[in-house]
Design a protein around this ligand. Structure first.
Ligand code: BEZ
Ligand code: FE
Length: 293
């Protein structure tokens, strides 16, 4: 038997009235979004024949999410991530033609220090050295001069500074201004797979669903330049565990990078490395703002 669709739910007067109740919002987009949200949530209740006990359980889960959420921890954002909603918003809002976007995650910090292009972020810590470099281009492959890179990743123990008081809060993160040819480079370490926080209601749901709690290794990068649509994305070293099973659905084929052996003597000298060392090369492509508006 066919399941009822969202539009069939409109036959129900409760759905019709609840949708219509938002139609007079001053902001027409609010009216549209709330109308559609009500329509699809009602269709979900109808199709799943949600019981009162299940509805109450859902409210309990949301209450637990609110109780664990503070200015450093947002369980609602994590729910969005593990249900694939954050990634779905990326998919539908991404302007065509540029580098794919990916989830921001909870560990971005606005106050990363601006460091010189070519900085060594490793500061004597353990971890396999990786020379990460590339260019920021427009969709026609022209360099975007002086674009900004905002970079962060986890340490060799798999933890971000916010999870590990032994790390300097600025560890393995920085902002860098690209050169006039859009070029950037930094020395970092190989990132590691990482579990999403599991001590709240999201963790309980993942466990009850027999779901993986891991993300594959990744570098986080935000690329921005005046006149271009900002890009929030990640790079995933190929071969990382969980690359085919990211619990927040952030991996895109265009964001998987090879970590290669590099024999460049000048770079080895610049960073005090022995040959061969590891390199990741990646060019980002930004979409012009005017072409999307
Ligand atoms: C992360 O990349 O660190 C992350 C992303 C989404 C949810 C949790 C963690
Ligand atoms: Fe991350």
């Amino acid at each position: 038997m066919n399941q009822p669709t969202a539009s069939q739910a409109l036959d129900n007067p409760v759905t019709r009235d609840a949708m219509a109740s938002f139609s007079k919002a001053t902001d027409p987009r609010l009216a549209e979004v709330m109308g559609l949200l009500v329509k699809h949530l009602h269709a979900f209740v109808d199709e799943s024949k949600l019981s009162k006990a299940e509805w109450l359980k859902g409210l309990e889960i949301l209450t637990a999410a609110a109780q664990i959420t503070d200015h450093e921890r947002n369980e609602f954002s994590l729910f969005s991530d593990i249900m694939g909603i954050s990634s779905m918003v990326d998919v539908v809002s991404q302007p065509p033609g540029g580098t794919p976007s990916s989830v921001l995650g909870p560990f971005h910090n606005h106050d990363s220090l601006i460091k010189p292009n070519g900085s060594d972020l490793t500061d004597g810590q353990p971890g396999e050295r990786v020379w990460l470099h590339g260019r920021v281009l427009d969709v026609h492959h022209n360099p975007i001069p002086h674009a900004q890179i905002d970079f962060w990743q986890n340490a060799d123990n798999g933890l971000y500074p916010a999870q590990d008081s032994a790390q300097d809060p600025q560890n393995l993160r920085c902002k860098i201004q690209c050169d006039a040819q859009g070029g950037f480079e930094l020395l970092t370490i190989r990132p590691h797979p990482y579990t999403v926080p599991t001590d709240g209601p999201v963790g309980a749901l993942l466990a009850a669903s027999n779901r993986n709690i891991w993300r594959p290794a990744h570098f986080h990068i935000i690329v921005s330049a005046p006149g271009y649509v900002g890009l929030v994305t990640e790079l995933f070293p190929s071969g990382s565990a969980y690359i085919d099973n990211d619990t927040v659905f952030g991996v895109r084929p265009g964001l998987i990078v090879d970590v290669k052996d590099c024999h460049n003597e000048d770079v080895a000298k610049q960073f005090g490395l022995t040959l061969p060392f590891k390199e990741v090369a990646f060019d980002f492509s930004l979409v012009q703002q005017s072409s999307t508006t």
